[in-house]
Design a protein around this ligand. Structure first.
Ligand SMILES: [Zn+2]
Length: 138
């Protein structure tokens, strides 16, 4: 699977699956903002890639948001993508599905420091079980 291979390579190269560290090493800026019900988004202006994260979200949610937006930064770098909201987990939009798949592969990648378990993903991170199983049972 293309996304899984890409994530494996990324984790190996950076020696971590921490999305904040990977973004930093890739020169992608992370900013925390007041975003209301929006969890985060990715933008590119000129040559500057920025991941925007809701400063009021719980830390676990911010980690998932960072993974998702990092997926956009690497897979869809020229798009200013849609705002990530809780219901984006169920989005049928190809770009959003790819970012969710990337995020889950990164969170669960065994090559780095494991920062989340399946149980945490569904209970703490609010990621739908359907989304997790879809990506692990293919
Ligand atoms: Zn997205």
């Amino acid at each position: 699977m293309f996304i899984k291979e890409r994530v494996d390579q990324l984790v190996k190269k950076h020696n971590t699956n921490n999305p904040f560290k990977i973004a930093e090493e890739l020169g992608i800026q992370i900013v925390y903002e007041q975003l209301g019900s929006i969890l985060g988004y990715y933008s590119k202006t000129h040559r500057c890639k920025v991941i925007h994260i809701n400063e009021s979200s719980p830390r676990e949610q911010q980690i998932f948001t960072c993974c998702h937006e990092l997926g956009h930064a690497l897979q869809h770098p020229e798009h200013n993508t849609a705002f990530l909201k809780a219901n984006t987990f169920y989005s049928t939009d190809k770009i959003e599905q790819e970012a969710n798949e990337f995020a889950i592969e990164l969170l669960f990648n065994q090559g780095g420091d494991q920062i989340v378990t399946l149980r945490e993903a569904t209970e703490t991170y609010g990621i739908s079980e359907q989304l997790v199983y879809k990506n692990f049972c293919d």
